[in-house]
Ligand binder design. Structure first.
Ligand SMILES: O=C(O)CCC(=O)C(=O)O
Ligand SMILES: [Fe+2]
Length: 336
């Protein structure tokens, strides 16, 4: 942890000076990002230049899908539980199972989209196939596929910009991550938290406490009761502020490992709405989980270890790391 007291809330950072400012302005944003990622692992970004009209249309078409016929949703369920692409109804076990906790099912459903541009031969190798499945698209609403595809492309671009900001924050050449994310296996997850007509079970949340796995997550939240909370280093749960038009950025386990634990992949959860409004308060969010190339080596970044010190973690391929994590959850879930 840094010498100063650790952050107790999630900061709001305008990244416009990074995207279009002078060298000094860009470095100033990078310094804030380094501090934030060390202390709390979450930040809210404004000034990102993302097409907010696209975001609101994607929210709208997603809502119509989730509130639409169950038969349409079931028709796009993945063929195996290990496949991300497609519709996931309320599961048997919550996200907190990732942390080895007893976890009643999270009160949510979601639709996942994998890489939409897979013409490059790099996506067609034997090894790549395990991480890239065909996307499944529902027969309605009509614009779902078009908007989901457009959202995936646009948010991937912002993800690449943020990886450059991260590189700068880690005193690396700005393009350091570029060739590690040029055939990434990222996922867009459009998430729907239904209104709660019956009270949750004891310990049941909209999303149980967990960390994300990838390098970074870009979350578009909505302003509905029952939202996102993050755990401070002091152990308190604090609300992630909702700022209209802003994204929430957090780092995942791979980035923590890449940075030799300099940055924190932090625990977060989505709480239930207050019981007085629960029966009329659905919530939506859209997450983009930036998973690097499946064959990117996640090994201690040279600027993250003191000369003469040994890195804390052995090198591992991003894809193998993800498989390990997912196998661990499958085992934890099967034990229940
Ligand atoms: O919906 C949210 O606000 C957060 C969701 C989340 O943390 C996740 O899906 O990993
Ligand atoms: Fe998460």
């Amino acid at each position: 942890m840094s010498e100063a007291a650790a952050l107790e809330r999630v900061p709001i950072v305008d990244i416009a000076p990074f995207l279009g400012g002078s060298e000094a302005e860009r470095r100033a944003v990078a310094a804030i990002v380094d501090r934030t990622n060390r202390d709390i692992g979450f930040l809210v970004i404004t000034g990102h230049g993302f097409d907010l009209d696209l975001l609101s249309r994607w929210f709208e078409v997603s809502r119509r899908f989730f509130e639409g016929p169950g038969s349409i949703k079931r028709a796009v369920m993945p063929a195996a539980p290990t496949i991300h692409e497609g519709y996931h109804g309320q599961g048997l076990s919550g996200l907190a199972a990732k942390e080895g906790e007893e976890a009643p099912p999270d009160l949510r459903e979601y639709f996942m989209i994998g890489q939409v541009d897979r013409d490059d031969p790099l996506f067609k190798t034997e090894a790549a196939r395990a991480f890239h499945h065909d996307n499944l698209w529902p027969s309605e609403p009509e614009a779902f596929r078009e908007l989901g595809t457009a959202y995936y492309r646009a948010i991937s671009k912002l993800g690449a910009d943020l990886m450059r900001l991260f590189a700068l924050a880690l005193e690396l050449p700005e393009t350091w991550f570029d060739d590690k994310i040029d055939h990434h296996f990222s996922i867009v997850s459009s998430i729907y938290y239904p209104a709660q007509k019956t009270p949750p079970l004891p310990g049941q949340l909209r999303a149980g406490a967990h960390t994300d796995y990838g390098s970074l997550t870009i979350l578009a939240p909505t302003d509905a009761p029952g939202g996102l909370q993050v755990r401070t280093l002091a152990g308190d749960w604090v609300d992630v502020p909702y700022v209209p038009g802003a994204f929430v950025i957090n780092i995942g386990d791979m980035m923590q490992r890449w940075t030799n634990d300099r940055w924190l992949s932090n625990m977060h959860r989505v709480v239930n709405p207050p019981s007085t409004v629960a029966s009329t308060s659905p919530r939506q969010s859209v997450a983009f989980f930036l998973h690097p190339n499946h064959d990117a080596v996640i090994e201690c970044i040279p600027t993250c270890v003191e000369p003469g010190e040994a890195p804390r973690h052995a090198p591992i391929l991003a894809g193998a790391y993800m498989m390990e994590k997912e196998a661990a959850i499958a085992t934890a879930t099967a034990r229940k």
